[in-house]
Ligand binder design. Structure first.
Ligand code: FAD
Length: 106
C-alpha cells in the first residue's frame, strides 16, 4: 500500500496538473462538474483524517471553477492550508503553472 506521504505527493501532482490543464474558459457544465469532482474527491480520499479536514476546508472555501487561473490559485491555497498544518514551507502560488504545466522557467 501507499503510505500517507507517497499518496499525498502523487495526489497533489494529479490535482495540480488537472487544474493547470483545466479549460481557460470552461462551459457552465464543466465548471459545475469540477465543483462536484472536488466534493466527491474529498469524500473518498483514502486517508481519513486528511479527507475530514479537506472536506471542512472546502466547505469554508468552495472550489472556484470559473477559469483555469482561478482554479489553479484556489487549489494552491488549499494545498498551502495543508502545508501550514503540517509545518511545511508555503508555496508561491504565482509559480503554479511554471511548476505544473510549463516547466520551471530558469
Ligand atoms: P507535497 O505537499 O505532497 O507537495 C508535492 C509538491 O507540490 C511539492 O514538492 C511542491 O513542488 C509542490 N507544492 C507544494 N505546495 C504547493 C502548493 N501550495 N501549490 C502547488 N504546488 C505545491 N498529510 C498529513 O499528514 N495529514 C493531512 O491531514 C493531510 N491532508 C492531505 C489532504 C490532501 C487533499 C492531500 C492531497 C494530501 C494530504 N496530506 C496530508 C499529504 C501531504 O499534503 C503531503 O502530500 C505529504 O506529506 C508529502 O509531502 P511532500 O513533501 O512530498 O510534498
Amino acid at each position: 500500500p501507499l503510505d500517507k506521504e507517497e499518496l499525498g505527493n502523487a495526489t497533489w501532482g494529479f490535482l495540480h496538473t488537472l487544474a493547470s490543464y483545466y479549460p481557460e474558459k470552461p462551459s457552465k457544465i464543466e465548471a459545475d462538474n469540477m465543483v462536484k469532482f472536488f466534493n466527491i474527491f474529498s469524500q473518498f480520499y483514502p486517508c481519513e483524517p486528511c479527507a475530514q479536514d479537506f472536506q471542512e476546508d472546502i466547505q469554508k472555501n468552495p472550489p472556484k471553477t470559473k477559469t483555469r487561473e482561478e482554479l489553479a490559485k484556489w487549489l494552491c491555497d488549499r494545498h498551502n492550508t495543508v502545508n501550514e498544518k503540517l509545518g511545511k514551507p508555503l508555496f508561491d502560488c504565482s509559480k503554479v503553472h511554471e511548476r505544473w504545466r510549463d516547466g520551471w522557467l530558469d
